[in-house]
Design a protein around this ligand. Structure first.
Ligand code: SF4
Length: 224
C-alpha cells in the first residue's frame, strides 16, 4: 500500500469506526462488574487470562469481598486460593491487596477518578487505569491497548508501533476522544469474532475494504 497521507488515514479511520459501530452496536466491557471497585479487581485479574475465566472467578469472589477494606485485610493465602484459576495468582493477590490498602489509606476506600491517582496504586498500570476510567466513570483519558487492539491497529495500518504506549498515542491522534473507550471495545470485539490472531476471517470481514491487512499471513484469499 502506498504511503497514506495523514488526512487519508484520518478519513479511513472514520470509516472504520462507522463500520465497527454498525457491526457491534452493543460492544461493551466483557468483564462483569457492578461498581468501580469490582471492575478494578476484575481488570487486575484479567492479565494473561480470558474475560470468561475472570468472570467465573469474580462470580464467587465478589460475594465474599464487598469493599476495599475486605481485600486489604484479606488473608494472603486465602485470597490466592480464591483467585487461583485466573493464573499468576500470587502476583495478582499481592497487587489486589497492595492496591486496596492504598485505596483505604489514601482514598477513603473509594476508587479515584484520575489517571495520576490510579497509576500510583500498587499493581495498577495505565491499561488498567484506562479500563476503569472509561468503563466505570465514562472518562476518556486514553485508549486501552491490549493484545487485540495492538494486533488490529497494526493490521489496519493505524500504527507501525509495537509498544502499547506508542500504539496508544497513535490511536489518540486518529480517534475522536469521546470514542476512545468504545474504539477499544470495537477492536477487541472484532479481534474475538473475526480478526483472529492466527487466521483472521478476512473474506467475511465487515471492514475488509478499509483494511490493508498489514502483516496478515496469506493476504488476498481466493474466496474474496
Ligand atoms: S480484513 Fe482481515 S486483517 Fe483486516 S480487520 Fe478484517 S479480518 Fe482483520
Amino acid at each position: 500500500m502506498p504511503r497514506e497521507t495523514t488526512e487519508a488515514k484520518a478519513a479511513r479511520t472514520k470509516k472504520i469506526i462507522a463500520g465497527l459501530r454498525k457491526t457491534y452496536p452493543d460492544a461493551h466491557c466483557e468483564l462483569n462488574h457492578s461498581n468501580p471497585l469490582e471492575l478494578l479487581i476484575a481488570t487486575i485479574l484479567s492479565a494473561q487470562c480470558t474475560d470468561k475465566r475472570v468472570n467465573l472467578v469474580t462470580a464467587e469472589l465478589f460475594k465474599k469481598f464487598r469493599s476495599a477494606t475486605d481485600y486489604a485485610q484479606a488473608d494472603a493465602a486465602q485470597l490466592e486460593q480464591d483467585i487461583r484459576t485466573a493464573g499468576f495468582f500470587r502476583n495478582k493477590a499481592k497487587s489486589i491487596r497492595t492496591c486496596c490498602q492504598a485505596l483505604v489509606e489514601k482514598h477513603g476506600g473509594q476508587v479515584p477518578r484520575t489517571m495520576e491517582e490510579l497509576i500510583t496504586l500498587g499493581g495498577v498500570g495505565r491499561k488498567t487505569a484506562n479500563v476503569v476510567l472509561g468503563n466505570a466513570f465514562d472518562i476518556n483519558i486514553g485508549v486501552v491497548v491490549d493484545t487485540h487492539v495492538a494486533r488490529l491497529s497494526q493490521r489496519l495500518g493505524l500504527t507501525r508501533q509495537k509498544d502499547p504506549a506508542k500504539i496508544e498515542q497513535d490511536l489518540m491522534q486518529l480517534v475522536p476522544q469521546q470514542q476512545w473507550t468504545l474504539f477499544s471495545h470495537w477492536l477487541i470485539w472484532h479481534g474475538r469474532r473475526r480478526c483472529y490472531a492466527r487466521k483472521p476471517d478476512c473474506p467475511n470481514c465487515e471492514i475488509k475494504s478499509l483494511c490493508p491487512r498489514i502483516g496478515v499471513p496469506g493476504k488476498n484469499p481466493k474466496s474474496e
